[in-house]
Design a protein around this ligand. Structure first.
Ligand SMILES: CCCCCCCCCCCCC/C=C/[C@@H](O)[C@H](COP(=O)(O)O)NC(=O)CCCCCCCCCCCCCCC
Ligand SMILES: Nc1ncnc2c1ncn2[C@@H]1O[C@H](COP(=O)(O)OP(=O)(O)O)[C@@H](O)[C@H]1O
Ligand SMILES: [Ca+2]
Length: 581
């Protein structure tokens, strides 16, 4: 390691610098005519993207001026991004001139060795899937113009597949040879990411001989990292793990081999295959918005705003029974006003816990979740009533529409999810709830909203008299309810275990209440029904009953969480430094 250290005078343009490589950092300080130090630029070697001979540029296209005493260093530069909470990463470039050719060779060798030593997790070979139809249909262009040049500069070889059909990426990952790949890159949106995660998690279970449909089994994490190049409509997984929607920033996180663990929710359905969710698993409003939006795909990302407005005007609520296992309230709470940022201590403590508690592997590995089979109701809390929406998310779900997300204090990798129950309320109340997502106002500080940090959730539809009434009329109840004013709460004890059942009931519908909603539903919805569908990361699950369990840190992304702007000043701009933009 000693051999990587190096110090010498170098020139940038006509300015003299004292450059120092001390293993972990590469610094260069301008020295004036009186030998006084001026400003210093310091770059961690883990953030050096590439070291090239000569005077090199890579954009707009690669050009190399092969002068024998020069070398060029490319590295990560941080910039603030207007309106978002994360930091943009840009490619910084500085061209150095050495007093001799020998010294130039020494700088190149030492810098490259130092990068290898101090940044060992960088990918060498990547499998790239591009969805050419995601978002604004710019996936191919984004990859080839902004991402591929960075991969080439960093010496990463990639095998690119532009998909021709839905589920092609998933099937490839489930069936094809993946030997030699360090990771998978997804160029697309949350739906495309969902394909990749199903492929990789499924593949890891196949290889470990684990039956993924068994809710009590401890799933095996995939050994391949996933990189997301945002080119979709919501891009919530990217936004919540990087803090900005920016292909260059995401590509640079891949290049430096960052690693961000991610919780995954397994969604078990009685008569349909297992699904996984990392962003939004939502019933009611978000299910209806997705179902409606599929008819308007041609609108691109705007389809969600259009469908959101239409579904809002339909003013629906749905009956449901929600059961959940609360997470340990000592560790964290969804209302503690903290944020999961890069290096999050709640997630780090969970890593220790998960490593200590998770059995090695194998289908025989039963955790203390064995009662998930349904044979015990001990820790379960149960609530019943009418809901505008029921949402479960393993992360904040921050996205450009909602910069702090559905649950701003959720953690990316703490092994829990946040369950948000929005009880039936009047239209204005629900609009207030939705609108608060667009600002820093607390959307949980409303009398008809609850949030719980959970390990597992069950959802079913009640088969009560009330439910039969809805079926007879073919319409859900209108929004007028008692949710804001009061609700029935019953607590019963079975043995020593507390079993809570909370009930909030909507009034039965009168013809007067029914008319405006039915009229709107006739306009915007192909059918109105007593039940909704689930929105599972942008995929419709046309069932109502689900059983969900959060699996802590089942995936790893090439990301590092949202960087705290207060901790990272943006690099001082330098005339010999250029950006890709
Ligand atoms: C009045 C303004 C209301 C703004 C409400 C914003 C709530 C945003 C929460 C977003 C959570 C997103 C979670 C991510 C889900 C994605 O996995 C998933 C798939 O994404 P992909 O297509 O990129 O593959 N995306 C979605 O399901 C999209 C959900 C977006 C819902 C947006 C709803 C907009 C509602 C507008 C209501 C307006 C009412 C106006 C009344 C006059
Ligand atoms: N070549 C393709 N043709 C049609 N659908 C595709 C193709 N490739 C991927 N898909 C599907 O398109 C859906 C949406 O993709 P996504 O990239 O998330 O875009 P968006 O964010 O706009 O919804 C995903 O569910 C994915 O399975
Ligand atoms: Ca979580």
């Amino acid at each position: 390691m000693e051999t990587e250290k190096l110090e010498s005078t170098l020139w940038v343009g006509n300015k003299r610098y004292r450059a120092v490589l001390n293993g972990w950092h590469f610094k260069w300080t301008e020295v004036d005519k009186n030998n006084r130090d001026k400003n210093t630029i310091s770059v961690p070697v883990s953030e050096v993207v590439g070291v090239e001979e000569g005077r090199v540029e890579i954009l707009p296209q690669k050009s190399v001026e092969d002068t024998d005493k020069d070398f060029t260093v490319f590295y990560v530069k941080r910039c603030r991004s207007g309106g978002t909470y994360g930091l943009l990463w840009r490619l910084g470039r500085t061209q150095f001139s050495c007093p001799s050719r020998v010294l130039k060779d020494q700088w190149i060798t030492n810098l490259r060795t130092s990068v290898k030593t101090h940044s060992p997790r960088r990918p060498h070979r990547l499998l790239v899937f591009i969805n050419p139809f995601g978002g604004k249909k710019k996936g191919r262009k984004i990859y080839h113009s902004l991402v591929a040049p960075l991969f080439e500069l960093a010496g990463i070889s990639s095998h690119v597949i532009v998909t021709e059909r839905a589920n092609q990426a998933r099937d490839h990952l489930l069936k094809k040879d993946l030997i030699g790949f360090d990771g998978v890159v997804c160029v697309g949106g949350d739906g495309m990411f969902s394909e990749i995660l199903h492929g990789l998690i499924g593949r890891a279970q196949q290889e470990a001989g684990i039956c993924e449909n068994d809710p009590s089994v401890t799933l095996q994490p995939s050994s391949l990292h996933i990189g997301i190049i945002p080119a979709g409509s919501t891009d919530c997984v990217c936004y919540a793990t990087v803090g900005v929607i920016d292909p260059v920033t995401s590509a640079l996180h891949i290049v430096v081999g960052d690693s961000q663990p991610l919780d995954v929710c397994a969604v078990h359905q009685a008569s349909a295959p297992l699904r996984y969710s990392v962003s939004l698993l939502g019933y009611g409003f978000y299910g209806d918005v997705l179902a409606e939006s599929e008819k308007h795909r041609w609108m691109g990302p705007l389809r969600y705003d259009f469908s959101g407005t239409m579904v809002y005007l339909c003013n629906r609520s749905y009956a449901g029974i929600v059961q959940y296992i609360p997470a340990d309230p000592v560790l964290s709470s969804p209302r503690d006003r903290t944020r999961c940022l890069s290096g999050c201590s709640v997630c780090s403590r969970s890593t220790e816990r998960l490593i200590h508690h998770s059995p090695d592997s194998g289908s025989s590995s039963r955790s203390h979740y064995s009662h998930f089979n349904g044979d015990s109701a001990d820790e379960w809390v149960s609530v019943e009533g009418r809901f505008r929406c029921v949402s479960l998310t393993c992360m904040s779900c921050a996205c450009p529409r909602s910069p702090l997300g559905l649950s701003p204090s959720a953690h990316l990798a703490d092994g829990t999810g946040d369950l948000i129950l929005v009880w039936d309320t009047n239209p204005l109340g629900f609009l207030k709830y939705l609108y608060r997502h667009t600002s820093a106002q607390d959307q949980f500080d409303l009398p008809f909203v609850e949030v719980h940090r959970v390990k597992a959730v069950r959802f079913s539809v009640p088969s009560s008299k009330e439910e039969e009434d809805y079926e007879e009329t073919g319409e859900p109840s209108s929004a007028i309810s008692e949710a804001e004013t009061g609700y029935v709460e019953s607590a019963s004890r079975s043995g020593s275990q507390m079993h809570l059942t909370e009930k909030r009931s909507g009034r039965e519908m009168t013809d007067k209440q029914k008319t405006p909603d039915s009229f709107l539903c006739g306009l915007c919805c192909s059918k109105s029904s007593a039940v909704s569908v689930w929105n599972c990361d942008g995929e419709i699950l046309p069932i109502t009953e689900v059983f969900c369990r959060i699996h802590g840190q089942l995936l790893h992304l090439y990301a590092r969480g949202i960087e705290d702007q207060a901790l990272h000043g943006c690099s001082v701009e330098n005339e010999a430094t250029s950006y890709i933009n």
